[in-house]
Design a protein around this ligand. Structure first.
Ligand SMILES: [Zn+2]
Length: 664
């Protein structure tokens, strides 16, 4: 056999000075394969300090911290004698996965003090089997780390070993840590044994990344999700251990350690180890804060304030001091990022302000800061910091990169929140095109046919339905059928009092179809989809002089386009329309005009100072779409309003022509 079962020092244990953990016996597989035992060990470290995590490793289910649900289920299973043949333990590092696996191994094999007992949820800890497993010298309890043994051959060894009965104990137990590291083939090889394991074999798998474990394997295991241990549970646990060790430690110091442990018993105990090693007398909160680098916590709050107030000088002064203290500015940015998250949580979950889950400083100073900031602002800061943290990692000069990020943040600080920006932007665009409409208030197609529109001062003539009436305009008016004025799109807008646009078109005088676009829109209204599509995409307007329209159809336009359009218009208006075909170039199609207008809007939007500010604040942002609320269905600037189409008011002075009929 190769070195599958060598005596590996459990990876989860470290000492405060980084040396390997002290020996507690030859190790799990030492007895079985003594030749493969690591050279590290015996005498040299005999007197070494025993790390707390090892010394206080739970030996019974009920001693596991914070995993009540799993413990209850396991105890029940043992009580009724229905213990799964494979377990999958998942959870972050240091929550007790390996510890649980070892307790399971003992529970399966304990024979009790009198040597006659069966499997039990409460292994005695004194029988030969318990002692051998506790001392990690039971040859039939195998422990391997899949992180270093990932291949199919390693799994084949396990399968081979699993074929023979255990020598002394009842059940062979295979504990495989970081099971997700196995290769696909290794998993497949394992699967067969998992499907029909010998009755004297149990598997206990542990993983920090459950999603990488194939479902075929998962489905054959009883799964337990070990949760992060809560701060108050850790606190209680550490306090207990401190008492046991005769160590004096301030409550607040213990609290800092419990929080820094981030749910991991092992990490917390490792910190407690460090604190004990450093202390000369009682462990103080100042000492622990220093040990954990919390001196910089204050700086992070100050930095956040400076950045959010848009004070780059102040921000750089803070980082300067931190840098002199030896702080890494990249790490400081990460701290800032984390603080943004905390502040956002504080805004979203008001109860957090009283939660022991948050450190005191976050609860007080954090809440104060959170009150001054909006969620959109925090979200923007998050985005920028997230990007900035990445930039710092790849930058040749971390400090310079971090400072650039902070300066960028400062400059965005006085911008309104993104939502407001967009709103402002939109209203800005509307104003802009409103002006544009005013400027081109005349007939858009440039053909008035010699007829003039009439401009009225807002009070006379009446505002057609749907037109805007300025504040000076007073009460709404219905459409009025005036009789004068030219027939064509001589609709003009005048400024009424207060600068509002008074849509005072000489309603009645204006024919319903003031432009080719109106004609096209009418076709759409009449649900002539094909005709409409051809008018938009395949037709160039040469002359618009109602009731005459000169067009140059493209080759793809249907032959009957002109006659169909003429018929429709004539039917709709009661006036005979003439559609003349022309060879002249004419204007671009409506579709092309729409694209051009869209392109123009895009470039205008890109030039807008607010958009430029956004683009600078969010490198990599791009303009997706520019919505112009004033544009019509063809993406073109809205034309003056026209009264509803009626048939009574056909322009009296039109010289009807029959060009169309003549042509056909
Ligand atoms: Zn026992």
């Amino acid at each position: 056999m190769s070195g599958l079962f060598q005596d590996e020092s459990p990876q989860d244990e470290t000492t405060r000075d980084g040396t390997p953990p002290p020996p507690e016996g030859p190790g799990l597989f030492g007895d079985a394969l003594p030749a493969l035992a690591e050279p590290s060990s015996p005498a040299a470290h005999a007197a070494a300090y025993r790390v707390l995590a090892r010394k206080y490793r739970p030996t019974r289910f009920e001693d596991l911290i914070g995993q009540e649900a799993m413990v209850r289920t396991l105890c029940n299973a043992f009580a009724i004698g229905r213990v799964a043949h494979a377990f999958m333990l998942t959870g972050v590092r240091g929550v007790g996965k390996t510890t649980t696996a070892r307790i399971i191994a003992r529970a399966l094999n304990c024979v009790g003090p009198d040597g006659t007992g069966g499997p039990t949820a409460d292994p005695c800890g004194v029988c030969g089997n318990c002692l051998a497993i506790l001392a990690e010298r039971e040859p039939d309890v195998f422990e391997m780390d899949a992180a270093s043994r990932t291949g199919v051959d390693d799994v084949r060894e396990i399968i081979e070993v699993s074929r023979s009965r255990p020598m002394k104990i009842r059940t062979k137990v295979f504990i495989i840590d970081e099971i997700h590291m196995l290769t696909r083939n290794a998993f497949n090889a394992l699967l067969k044994t998992l499907e029909e394991p010998p009755p004297y074999v149990k598997f206990v798998f542990a993983t920090t990344e459950i999603r990488k474990v194939p479902i075929t394997v998962l489905s054959r295991c009883q799964r337990f999700d070990l949760r992060r241990v809560r701060v108050n549970e850790l606190h209680t646990h550490f306090l207990h251990i401190a008492h046991q060790e005769g160590v004096q430690i301030e409550q607040a110091a213990l609290d800092l350690i419990a929080r820094a442990a981030d749910g991991s018993v092992r990490d917390g105990l490792s910190l407690l180890d460090q604190a004990i090693a450093q202390a000369e007398g009682p462990i103080t909160v100042a000492q622990v804060a220093d040990m954990l680098g919390f001196a910089d916590r204050e700086a992070v709050f100050e930095l956040m304030k400076a950045v959010m107030k848009g004070e780059p000088a102040k921000a750089l002064e803070i980082t300067e001091r931190a840098y002199e203290r030896g702080a890494d500015l990249g790490v400081m940015l990460q701290d800032l990022l984390e603080l943004v998250h905390t502040l956002t949580r504080l805004k979203s979950i008001p109860l957090l302000r009283h939660s022991p889950e948050l450190p005191e400083v976050d609860r007080t100073r954090g809440a104060e800061l959170a009150d001054q900031l909006t969620v959109p602002t925090l979200a923007r800061a998050w985005q920028m910091l997230l990007k900035g943290v990445g930039e710092v990692e790849t930058a040749p000069d971390r400090r310079a990169a971090a400072e650039m990020v902070l300066i960028r943040l400062c400059h965005v600080a006085d911008l309104p929140p993104p939502g407001d920006l967009v709103r402002r932007l939109t209203s800005g665009a509307q104003q802009a095109s409103g002006t544009a409409t005013l400027a081109t208030g005349g007939p858009i197609d440039g053909q008035t046919g010699g007829q003039t529109g009439r401009s009225t001062g807002g009070a006379t003539g009446g505002a057609p339905g749907g037109a805007t009436v300025g504040s000076a305009g007073g009460a709404p008016r219905g459409p009025t059928a005036g009789a004068t004025g030219g027939p064509t799109g001589g609709s003009m807008r005048a400024m009424a009092g207060g600068g509002a646009i008074a849509a005072a078109e000489s309603a009645a005088a204006v024919p319903k179809l003031a432009s080719f676009r109106d004609v096209t829109a009418l076709v759409a209204e009449r649900r002539e989809a094909m005709l409409h599509a051809h008018l938009v995409h395949s037709v160039h307007l040469v002359r618009f002089a109602p009731p005459v329209i000169e067009l140059r159809p493209q080759a793809d336009a249907p032959r009957d386009l002109a006659s169909k359009l003429a018929a429709l218009l004539t039917e709709a208006t009661g006036t005979r329309w003439t559609i003349a075909l022309s060879a002249a170039e004419g204007t671009p199609t409506l579709a092309d005009q729409g694209s051009a207008a869209d392109a123009a809007r895009r470039s205008a939007a890109a030039d807008h100072p607010l958009v430029r500010a956004i683009m600078e604040a969010f490198p990599g942002a791009r303009i997706d779409q520019v919505h112009d609320a004033t544009a019509d269905a063809y993406g073109l600037p809205m034309q003056p309003q026209h009264p509803p189409t009626t048939t009574e008011d056909a322009p009296p002075d039109i010289d009807f022509s029959d060009e169309m009929e003549n042509e056909e």
